[in-house]
Design a protein around this ligand. Structure first.
Ligand code: FMN
Length: 348
């Protein structure tokens, strides 16, 4: 039987990244491992990856077996997750002495990263933050952001056609609490949503280590249960009442909320939003700030337009929301081994 300490040790081992080596040959596998430490919706890690050492390039493609059609029917979260991975790879290549261009191409569509040698150390603070970043789903200490923190987050939260609104103050926070509560009622009343979520919950360390993906009870701060029992009682546990009480407390304990809004609502924009949120959360991590996602008002179609109007961004699309603040670190989530998603190039 695997224990919580096995889970903690495995997650720690997965976060040993190589030292920055700006003059060394490209280490594609190390870049991709750093890429896989990115956030992904439900920790589905919905990627397939190929290396083309001749160009050199890395291709990231969606893994259709890891789609979540109930919460993410148009794959927007899936492509944001791929964008998160691409951004980590760009940063890891940067400290290895390579610039990285990221394009969305083809019918699938794929994300293509191409690399060119260049001078300079790269983004060292963000690189170090890749192994430290985590979603922290506990209550925070409610202290305000400093103006330097606010500016650093807004700057990191900008991309092509994407920007980040930083919300602070009781009035905004209470309005978001109400949106999240309504989102929880819709989502948790939906048996299909609960079934899909339950499929990704790993109710004990053994199951988490076996799958090395999904939402682990160890990470979420929940008691360990046999997998069959967790599944059997999930309908009793996944209820809007307790979830709303927890979310309201957690949102009110945060220093600020960050909403990523984009000019367009389509694949390239979702990938760009993933890149931006990864950069934003790595910057937060480097500032010793924690974060957790609260996407209910964006995921529930009936709420989304109303949420956009409330933000006062009629023409922009809210694509992700996070809370940010100060708290102790939680246990880290697990990742699948490289072999599970890296296609080995044909020989010859
Ligand atoms: C597009 C996207 C949507 C997400 N939505 C949520 C969410 O609604 N609620 C939540 O708690 N976490 C959400 N997450 C966070 C993932 O669950 C988290 O990244 C994953 O479990 C891996 O954990 P880590 O980020 O701590 O490494 C989301 C992440 C991404 C990239």
């Amino acid at each position: 039987m695997s224990s919580r300490s096995d889970h903690v040790a495995a997650a720690r081992a997965q976060r040993q990244l190589p030292r920055p080596t700006p003059d060394a040959p490209p280490d594609f596998r190390a870049w991709i491992r750093a890429g896989a430490l990115a956030a992904s919706s439900h920790n589905t890690q919905p990627w397939r990856v190929r290396i083309d050492p001749e160009i050199p390039a890395i291709l990231i493609q969606p893994d259709d077996d890891r789609r979540c059609p109930r919460v993410d029917p148009n794959d927007a979260h899936l492509f944001k997750s791929l964008g998160c991975m691409a951004e980590n790879i760009r940063i890891a290549a940067g400290v290895n002495g390579f610039d990285c261009e990221i394009d969305v191409c083809g019918d699938t569509p794929d994300i293509r990263l191409t690399f060119h040698r260049r001078e300079g150390p790269g983004e060292l603070e963000r690189y170090r933050a890749i192994a430290v970043r985590q979603c922290t789903r506990s209550a925070y200490d409610a202290s305000p952001l400093s103006s330097a923190e606010r500016e650093a987050l807004s700057a990191a939260g900008r991309g092509q056609g994407v920007r980040t609104l930083v919300l602070e103050g009781a009035e905004s926070i209470e309005s978001v609490v109400r949106f999240v509560e309504r989102g929880n009622v819709t989502q948790l009343d939906d048996a299909g949503f609960r079934r899909e979520l339950t499929r990704w919950i790993r109710f004990n360390p053994e199951s988490a280590l076996e799958h090395a993906d999904g939402l682990s009870a160890v990470v979420m701060g929940q008691p360990s249960l046999p997998q069959w029992l967790g599944r059997a009682i999930s309908g009793l546990v996944l209820k809007a009442g307790p979830q709303n009480r927890r979310d309201a407390e957690h949102i009110r304990s945060s220093s600020a909320l960050a909403v990523l809004v984009a000019e367009r609502d389509e694949v390239p924009s979702w990938v760009e939003t993933g890149r931006v949120v990864q950069r934003l959360t790595l910057t937060a991590t480097a500032l010793d700030l924690k974060h957790a996602y609260i996407n209910q008002p964006i995921e529930v179609p009936e709420l989304r337009a109303e949420f956009a109007r409330w933000l006062g961004r009629g023409a922009e699309h809210p694509l992700l929301m996070l809370r940010i603040g100060r708290a102790a670190a939680a246990p880290y989530s697990l990742r699948r081994p490289l072999e599970a998603y890296l296609a080995v190039p044909a020989e010859g």
